[in-house]
Design a protein around this ligand. Structure first.
Ligand code: NAP
Length: 243
């Protein structure tokens, strides 16, 4: 349960972030969602279930103004108990052909923006001496992946930030962990052909791609008071791809 908890979720409009938002609302949390636009179905779903969702349109690529944006949300909410740094993008290409712009864009959104959001929220959490920060990494950040040097670097960096921030904030009872999803069926993986997806599924011990709800279940656990002795960890949710 997340009753009386306030959560900030980036990239809440679709896929994994949306599943986490829906799960947190169902567990009784008040959720502030960020994305470039609020999807109508999420607003309708919340209105129907009585969930307490506050939406904020923001482009996390605006790194110069991002900390001020987050500070405003902290003031408006009264402070967050939970942060899920979930927003992320891909710009896949072979390294030898990758435009610098595509390398930089992925680093800006997946790494720099996540760092700025985490430290701004973390600063407020240490004053309350409580909080759980969850960074959405990837198994690719642990193992690399052909065609994803930019994305893999961003997720490896996010794992390093997770451990560094966990060390810095632990004495104030603020926990920082990362989830490392494997292949999850969302818009991010939708462009793959069904043959490619089937091939991947056959290589996964549990023989299927993950669902956003598989990630939301772990996010709920890490966000909750059931996990208050867990920090600095990177937890894969990958159907056994890399055990
Ligand atoms: P998705 O369906 O493509 O959704 C991405 C989310 O990020 C959307 O809500 C999007 O908002 C938001 N976002 C992207 N750029 C943004 C920006 N500049 N400003 C604000 N919001 C922005 O992706 P997903 O599969 O759910 O992935 C969620 C996270 O899990 C990502 O960090 C991803 O790297 C990670 N992950 C995914 C997989 C997978 O297989 N799917 C595997 C490992 C890790 P808009 O709707 O406004 O664009």
């Amino acid at each position: 349960m997340l009753a009386n908890k306030k959560a900030l979720v980036t990239g809440a409009s679709r896929g994994i972030g949306k599943a986490i938002t829906v799960r947190f609302l169902a567990e009784g949390a008040e959720v502030w969602g960020i994305g470039t636009r609020e999807p109508a179905d999420l607003a309708e779903q919340c209105a129907a279930s009585g969930g307490n969702l506050h939406w904020h349109n923001a482009d996390l690529g605006n790194v110069d103004t991002l900390e001020a944006t987050i500070e405003n949300l902290i003031s408006a909410s009264g402070g967050f108990d939970i942060l899920v740094n979930n927003a992320g993008i891909t710009r896949d290409n072979l390294s030898l052909r990758m435009p610098l712009e595509d390398f930089q864009k992925v680093l800006d959104i997946n790494l720099t923006a996540a760092f700025l959001v985490a430290r701004t929220v973390g600063r407020a959490m240490i004053r309350k001496r409580a909080g759980s920060i969850i960074n959405m990494a990837s198994v690719v950040g642990m193992h690399g992946n052909g065609g994803q040097a930019n994305y893999a670097a961003s997720k490896a960096g996010l794992i390093a930030i997770t451990k560094s921030l966990a060390a810095e904030l632990a004495s104030r009872d603020v926990r920082v962990n990362a989830i490392a999803p494997g292949f999850i069926a969302t818009d991010m993986t939708a462009a793959m052909t069904s043959e490619a997806k089937e091939k991947i599924a056959q290589a996964i011990p549990l023989k299927r791609l993950g669902k956003p709800e598989d990630i939301a279940a772990l996010a709920h656990f890490i966000a909750s008071d059931e996990s208050t002795y867990i920090t600095g960890q990177v937890i894969p949710v990958d159907g056994g791809m890399f055990f």
